[in-house]
Design a protein around this ligand. Structure first.
Ligand code: TYD
Length: 342
């Protein structure tokens, strides 16, 4: 197959490209990426070096560009990772989130209509369901997002549904849990903590660190997305989870342990998300498991490997954390709560 991987220079997208190149020797990949703050050429150096992937710089909202790529490269399937993904940033301003996560998705769906694309996978998130006190969400649970970010992703999911119902567009939606692994931009919990701790700073734990997230290793998440692409039923949504629920403070403790550091390196801060902080995410993933997928990476092992990856790949993250836009974001968001520990 010829795959168009949108957002392929980001965290999950680049790992997905590696996964496909490793497991499906006949597939070729075109990466379309806007290289906004979270996408970097350095993230896909190894992917492009295989000679089976090429890079196009552009945005998914650019309808002409997308159509041109689909024709020129005879694209069979689209996997869309392109998204603004950080809750904390969406609290500072939601416009970009709507542009990419809503208008961008519609642009891809429209492009599918008059091209030879046989499948599109829209990569979404468990956050579209909101927060759940007990029990698990199934794919039939209502979408009740609580942040501008998750609301924009829910809108994208619904546009996919509408395209399928209206035109029969062969689109499938995946909803993944909190993902961790190499090449994750250092603003999310695990890479933010790793990079701060490795540069001698304190890591900020929001509130009491009691929120629960369902963590999944990026390789497992990518394998599940690929399973949905090749075996899923168009028009359907699939939850992707490892049934691995952890409180934030437990994750923080494990990162410290892997780095050989003690509790004093964590700073508890008043919750900067306020009402927008979801308490717990938990999904039933039996639907994707029925397609033959099973997670393979145990959390303790995956987390240790990930912490080691950040320890050994300062070359990748150092230029990011020292860049002006990154420092500006950290200062703006954490300045008021971290004070002298910024
Ligand atoms: P995050 O990685 O941003 O993912 P999401 O909000 O999409 O689940 O955050 C995971 C959890 O960790 C969330 O409950 C917020 C918390 N958190 C901290 O306590 N400190 C931090 O510095 C960050 C980035 C997150």
């Amino acid at each position: 197959m010829n795959l168009l991987v949108c957002g392929g220079a980001g965290f999950i997208g680049s790992n997905y490209c590696r996964y496909v190149l490793r497991t499906v020797p006949e597939d070729r990949i075109v990466i379309l990426d806007a290289l906004t703050y979270a996408g970097h050429r350095s993230t896909i150096e190894d992917v492009l070096a295989t000679g089976r992937a090429e890079f196009v710089h552009g945005r998914i909202e650019d309808r002409d560009r997308v159509r041109q790529i689909l024709t020129e490269h005879r694209i069979d399937a689209i996997v869309n990772f392109a998204a603004e993904t950080h809750n904390d940033r969406s609290l500072l301003g939601a416009e970009e989130f709507l542009r990419t996560n809503v208008l961008g998705v519609q642009s891809l769906l429209d492009a599918c209509l008059d091209s030879g694309v046989q499948r599109m996978v829209q990569v979404s998130t468990d956050e579209v369901y909101g927060s759940i006190g007990s029990g698990k969400w199934t794919e039939e649970s209502p979408l009740l997002p609580n942040t501008p970010y998750s609301a924009s992703k829910a809108a994208g999911d619904l546009l996919c549904r509408a395209a399928f119902v209206t035109y029969g567009t062969p689109v499938l939606v995946t909803r993944g849990g909190n993902t961790y692994g190499p090449y994750q931009y250092p603003e999310k919990l695990i890479p933010f903590f790793c990079t701060r701790l490795l540069t001698g700073k304190k890591a900020p734990l929001y509130g009491e660190g009691e929120q629960v997230r369902e963590w999944i290793h990026v390789d497992d998440h990518c394998a599940a997305i690929d399973t949905v692409l090749r075996k899923g039923v168009p028009g359907e949504a699939y939850n992707i989870s490892d049934a691995n629920e952890r409180q934030n403070r437990e994750v923080a403790a494990k990162i410290l342990e892997a780095l050989g550091m003690d509790e004093s390196r964590i700073k508890r801060i008043p919750d900067p998300r306020k009402g927008a902080h979801d308490q717990r995410y938990s999904m039933d993933s039996s639907k994707v498991r029925a397609l033959g997928w099973e997670p393979q990476v145990p959390f303790e092992e995956g987390l240790r490997q990930t912490v080691n990856w950040y320890r050994e790949n300062e070359r990748w993250w150092r230029p990011i954390v020292e860049s002006e836009p990154y420092r500006r974001f950290v200062e703006r968001f954490y300045g008021p709560v971290l004070g002298e520990d910024l």
